[in-house]
Design a protein around this ligand. Structure first.
Ligand SMILES: Nc1ncnc2c1ncn2[C@@H]1O[C@H](COP(=O)(O)OP(=O)(O)O)[C@@H](O)[C@H]1O
Ligand SMILES: N[C@@H](CCC(=O)OP(=O)(O)O)C(=O)O
Length: 378
């Protein structure tokens, strides 16, 4: 896993970078904003900009800062208290970044997103154009989840994932995830101080997911697993990921100079087209299709569309245009795509040849249940 160490960090050649800093890196142990840390992020991003690199910052910390401002020692569990803390804290966060970046003559822009903003194709394209406009204007976009309005149904959920979604959105070359650990260890170093460090691996390598645990800090949200999954997601648009310690001196600048710091997860997965990436990232699954062996072979090996004849069972309620998962014989999701028929229609035609669709439903809109153009192989 540590074998293919490259002499130069992937960040050296990246011209568009998304950098994500976790809550523990912008607050003093969750007790209010660490203005010195914020100043360091600003000066490092300013240095990268002076090298001609475009940088979008995804910063956590709103809830931690809100808790400090409200005098709460413990992270609340109720959604509305969390949302209230985020609303209070985001003010401080935005203000601190604006002040810190202004010392380098840089303007900042606040971008608060939810999953719902990105799941709508028009709003997705709009967010993308706005981010590009900001980068062209030389402004540093600072992104966070819009926690104040984000309920579970519409939330991205954690900023590692949000960082990956923004990486895909703006087709960044690299995602830097800064956290309170040196990078990925073979198991959580808080629980196992003997755990070995992973310096290089392939993004999307399934063995990494088994190594990564949840958050250990009580301040952060995602833990290491969301970072590993973020790297896999970022790789789908060709972006490499580095997970490194935000406590390393001048970590971003040294990475940009080519130094290998932290865990480098290289993008070696097939890159999805922009439209398929958006489908994979943003649309909620509405149902599941259990396939037979022939259909699995047709999809995965022969690159064909999914026909009703290869479906053995269907779960869920969906309408034409919704996203459904395709499961293989072992129940693993092997593909997902936009379905052409509603769940009630699909149940009536499953297991049948396409020539029978018109007879069963009264009309045939499409011969395929999911056309290959609308299908993502996982
Ligand atoms: N295999 C692992 N390697 C490194 N850290 C891990 C691992 N598994 C779990 N962790 C935990 O993940 C934490 C970092 O995630 P998190 O607390 O969410 O930080 P952040 O706020 O930076 O996102 C670490 O402090 C560590 O305890
Ligand atoms: N949006 C939340 C942060 C959520 C989150 O993922 O936190 P972290 O694990 O510290 O990156 C906030 O600003 O408090």
């Amino acid at each position: 896993m540590n074998a293919h160490a490259s002499p130069l960090s992937v960040i050296a050649s990246a011209s568009r970078i998304v950098a994500k800093v976790g809550s523990s890196l912008v607050t003093n142990d969750g007790q209010g904003l660490d203005r010195q840390a914020v100043a360091h992020w600003a000066s490092q991003i300013a240095a990268l900009r002076n090298q001609g690199k475009q940088v979008v910052l995804v910063s956590s910390g709103a809830i931690a800062e809100g808790m400090a401002r409200l005098g709460w020692a413990k992270r609340p569990t109720s959604m509305h208290e969390l949302q209230a803390a985020a609303a209070v804290g985001q003010m401080g966060l935005a203000q601190a970044y604006e002040v810190a970046f202004s010392k380098h003559n840089l303007r900042t822009a606040q971008i608060l997103l939810t999953h719902e903003d990105l799941a709508d194709r028009q709003r997705y394209l709009n967010a993308r154009s706005t981010l590009f406009a900001l980068l062209r204007l030389g402004v540093v976009p600072i992104v966070n989840e819009n926690d104040t309005v984000a309920t579970d149904e519409i939330a991205v959920g954690d900023n590692d994932t949000l960082g990956a979604l923004v990486t895909n959105l703006i087709e960044a070359d690299a995602l830097i995830i800064l956290t309170d650990q040196r990078g990925l260890y073979e198991s959580d170093p808080r629980k196992n101080p003997e755990a070995r460090f992973v310096s290089h691996a392939k993004a999307g390598d399934l063995t990494l997911e088994a190594m990564a645990g949840g958050t250990g800090s009580g301040i952060g949200k995602g833990g290491m697993l969301t970072k590993i999954l973020a790297a896999k997601r970022a790789a789908r648009s060709g972006a490499h990921t580095v997970i490194a310690s935000g406590r390393e001196h001048e970590v971003m600048v040294r990475l940009a100079a080519g130094e290998c710091i932290g865990t480098e997860l290289r993008a070696e997965l097939p890159v999805l087209s922009a439209r398929k990436q958006w489908m994979a990232d943003h649309l909620r699954l509405r149902g599941k299709l259990m396939l037979d062996a022939g259909a699995v072979q047709a999809l995965l090996v022969e690159g064909k569309s999914l026909l009703p004849v290869g479906v053995r069972n269907i779960e869920g309620d969906f309408e034409p245009g919704d996203v459904v998962a395709c499961l293989d014989l072992e129940g693993r999701e092997c593909a997902r795509g936009l379905i052409n028929y509603s769940s009630s229609e699909a149940r009536r035609i499953m297991g049948q040849p396409s020539s029978k669709i018109a007879e069963i439903l009264g009309a045939m809109t499409e011969a395929e249940l999911v056309h290959r153009d609308n299908l993502i192989i996982l």
